[in-house]
Design a binder for this molecule. Sequence first.
Ligand SMILES: [Zn+2]
Length: 521
Amino acid sequence: MSKWGDRLKKVEQLAQSFQKNPLTTPYKPRLWPCQPSSVWKFFPRQCMAISFAQSCKEAVHVFALEKEKEAVGQRIYLVTSYSELWFYYRTYTQSLMHCYEVIPEGAVCKLYLDLEFHKPSNNGSDGKTMVSLLIQYVCDKLLEVYGIECSAKNVLNLDSSTEEKFSRHLIFCLQQAAFKDNIHVGRFIHAILQPVLNKPKNGSHLDNGVETRTQAASPEMKRRKEEGRDLSFLQVKNKDGRDSLFVDLGVYTKNRNFRLYKSSKAGKNAAFTVAEDNQCIAKPEKGTSLEESIFLASLVCNVSFTGQRILTWDVPESSEPKISPSKCQQGSGSDSGALSGFLSSPHQEVDNFVLTVVRKDGIQGSLRRWNYFAAEQLLVYDIAKYRWCENVGRFHKSNNIMIVVDLKEEVWYQKCHDPDCRNFRSSSYPLPQEICISYILTLDEEDQVYLMDDAGNIESSQKHKPMGPQSTVHTEEEKSDVWGDERDDRDYLESLDDFEQKSEEISDQLLLSCMADFDSQ
Ligand SMILES: [Zn+2]
């Protein structure tokens, strides 16, 4: 008994000291001490979810969920971190079983492919061989165009085939290289598939882009092109017996939803699993399971800024569709003149701010290009003309600088292309208040249209809003159901007392594992 009393005293003392020295930020629950604080919010519309995710200080992402029994194609949108999604994804396999990664507009991403054909219409087609030939072809092209060496070992191969349909996702996990965004991935794929696209009909709108590339290509590349490669294995028949392509070219659009590892389409049973012929071995990092590391590798936008080479496939400006800010974006007045020859990033107000940073001391710096790393919420600008580097304390003569804007920390800092400054990172400076987005969008819990309960059911929160005294009582009842009544509490304390007197201290390890067991029930 005295032991329990001592412990109580200690806790009270601690509580007092915490009250005297409050933490500067309000407490937010976390899954584990080392994890970012918890964000788990549902939205009825994708653009609301994207705006919210951009306003978060935490590294969060948007996922789309399909609900069983809901109208086909109707989705709700979840904002959370990769680790938290994985945690609940394993636990609530029912409500989270139809889950898609939203590939944000303009975000750096991996090369990905969506492959499928209707089995009965393609008797004798050997899917596995087709996948293997295609991987080899894309790898050859990556080497030819970008000088990147890769093989099937870099390609995560996921299978969601059924009796009816052969269906695969390929995700290229290249070492230290990724595409500027999924539009550039699409252009690259379009371009390398031109030989087979041109066969049935001419006049793809990408012809111009391909011409430009070919003219600039090395003699070696021309020679190979002339040799020609038989891509006829990519031609398949669709359900109606019409000519079709093994590679789905429609998956490279803005804010594309790409189905996750272990998810199936609503109403279907075929979830993505690692394919039999997959050769990519995801190396688990410390503290992650093999399955989680496959999950992380499968996320198209899970690309780190550090040491990354950004691949692009540009088309002549005339045919480039101009990116207009999406309707949901918190727009500030656009300064289009200042950004001539430069397409604005998803955060135009940040572009304008960075311009003010690189236009001083009589030098008109400009933004050469930007890259958006959604996984880390970083906007990285390559600066032209303005070369002041904090590392050397002067202007560089020829090497250019970078300005990195950390959207979740709401700070910016400078990095440098000069070889001597390779690992340099300047001090962090706060972004001006007017461009920090977090204060604009502060959503209350009550604003959420969907909520997930302890059993993992995702329901419209409107249904549960108390309508009068009766329903309030009902809520009270529910509460006691979940938490147990006072009698339970007394029993619990008694048995704890009992246990403490008879035995040694309960280890934190044991407590944590009990909690985990309880939570996963
Ligand atoms: Zn420098």
